[in-house]
Ligand binder design. Sequence first.
Ligand SMILES: [Zn+2]
Length: 242
Amino acid sequence: MVRQSFVYGSEVIDYTVLFTERPPGRILIHVHPNEAVQVDAPTGRCLKEVHEAVLKRARWISRHVSDARRLREHVLPRAYVSGEGIFYLGRRYQLKVEYQPKASAEAKMLRGQLRVTTPSKDAAAVKELVDKWYRARAVEVFERRLNEVACRMRWLKKVPAWRLLKMQKQWGSCSPAGNILLNPHLVKAPRECIDYVLVHELCHLKEHNHGTKFYKLLEQTYPDWRPVKARLDGMAELLLNE
Ligand SMILES: [Zn+2]
């Protein structure tokens, strides 16, 4: 990971370069919701080349950084009204609230919108339905991904039991006894970020601390975890927001 910066207009913009095996051959620039600029560069490229690629997109980067700043200033608290953003598997959908006095309460994803039908005009009631929807999606997605990533870990005999727990600052945890907790907010993140957290927690079944052995194990199972973790860190504030 290398920190660099460039000047655009009257602004100094910092960026972090992460060398990665993936994607093949291309330099990718991400501006995260926390305004951090991440540049994924194929291993083997030199910094000068990366810097030139960044300068070519200086205008685009600057615009996205100021957009992110503006958004952060307006973040929160959520009102649970139509038009608000709903994140799911790394994509942004729109919340649509339909008040129907006689209908039963329901939330479902339909044509890019999370439609909540509610007999109550109360925002708390809408929030409850949205939370319930997220929890159901989280159970389904995490179970599927756990099975998938567990196959890459030969030392793991079976997929361990786990449960959901809302946490304010953590995506997951694994106790010394091997109890895995996963934050339902994680289902808002892209699939590769979910996989990273799952692999991270599963590695704790063998290595409880963040020591050298732990990172070796993580690296074996998810060789390219660094840019993925950086991406997730960049979104944390946004995704953990209730
Ligand atoms: Zn850990």
